[in-house]
Design a protein around this ligand. Structure first.
Ligand code: F6P
Length: 321
């Protein structure tokens, strides 16, 4: 393995830069030339590929976002575009590609490997934590801490006014951001797409909370359930009295300096990814399970069904009472 490339794809996540830096520096230390690809698969198709050196990744470990930029590239679903991408890589003599992104990005990596034999290795980079094969994805921890900080701030003001607050967080169809930050922030209720909920039960709980003297009521709502304003409407129609406020955190959750944990797994994922390429392996993804860095075959990893941590959720409900 003499030349590899690295790209970031899909929604950016804190820690992507730390991973780009680690891939670049570790690979160069192993005698490999490293190329950066701009804007994910779009750059691969458009031939926006450039050589990097150790200084290309200076002063980025602490920065959110991605210096390589990113995109959601619809064209990559089309094999003829993937062929162009594969030919561009071949023209540079690039034999391995590290893809940092979520499941959509991994599908692109899988197709490049299966259709054109390019050794691709996926590093899970998404705030959503929605990849079944790994306990944690890069960016999730930082995002939960950002949400936590917002919950703390909102708690101050909601308590001062005796208010109910619905905080809508990201995560697509995955409730992990809501669950983890809801537990950390001591939320009264956490609503996730993995588990059905009855509005009447939530209303009953809010009324009970008011009766027993809780001075604020924080509901962390995963975006995969519904919009905060819709839920507010339902609560009002269901007879919740007093002031109900909504806060949709939005893109503030995606930026910011990566946490220690995200920087650490960025380094460990990157080292394993480069080691796999050096061994001549491709079509794999790296991750973390039970505190161990692991790698799995990409088709198998993508086929794994997600298991929601119901036990943790049930305990969290008790803590919020
Ligand atoms: O996948 C990451 C994520 O931030 C989701 O939580 C969210 O639903 C989505 O991306 C937003 O996507 P976009 O950046 O395309 O608006």
């Amino acid at each position: 393995m003499r030349k590899i490339a690295v790209l970031t794809s899909g929604g950016d996540a804190p820690g992507m830069n730390a991973a780009v830096r680690a891939v670049t520096r570790y690979a160069i230390s192993q005698g490999i030339e490293v190329y950066g690809v701009e804007r994910g698969y779009t750059g691969l198709i458009n031939n926006n590929i450039f050589q990097m050196n150790k200084r290309s990744v200076s002063d980025i470990i602490q920065r959110g976002g991605t210096i390589l930029k990113t995109s959601r590239c619809e064209e990559f679903n089309d094999k003829s575009y993937r062929q162009i991408a594969a030919e561009n890589l071949e023209a540079y003599g690039i034999e391995g590609l590290v893809v940092i992104g979520g499941d959509g990005s991994f599908r692109g990596a899988k197709d490049l490997y299966n259709d054109f034999g390019i050794n691709t290795i996926g590093i899970p980079g998404t705030i959503d934590n929605d990849l079944a094969y790994t306990d944690f994805t890069l960016g999730f921890d930082t995002t939960c801490n950002t949400v936590l900080s917002a919950i703390n701030n909102l708690r101050d003001t909601m308590t001062s006014h005796d208010r109910v607050c619905i905080i809508e967080v990201m995560g697509r169809k995955c409730g992990d951001i809501a669950l983890f930050s809801g537990i950390g922030g001591g939320a009264e209720s956490i609503l996730v797409p993995e588990l059905p909920f009855q509005v009447k039960d939530l209303i009953k709980k809010i009324k009970t909370n008011q009766r027993i003297g809780k001075t604020s009521d924080i509901i962390v709502l995963a975006e995969g359930v519904c919009k905060a304003e819709e839920l507010k409407q339902q609560l009002k129609e269901g007879g919740v009295t007093g002031s109900i406020k909504t806060t949709t955190l939005g893109y503030i959750q995606r930026g910011g300096t990566p946490s220690m944990f995200d920087r650490l797994i960025a380094a460990e994922f990157a080292i394993r990814a480069v080691d796999l390429l050096i061994e001549g392996k491709g079509g794999r993804v790296v991750g973390i399970r039970n505190n161990q860095i692991i790698d799995d075959e990409i088709n198998e990893a993508l086929a794994m069904p997600r298991v929601f941590n119901k036990k943790l959720y049930d305990s969290a409900v008790l803590l919020g009472l």
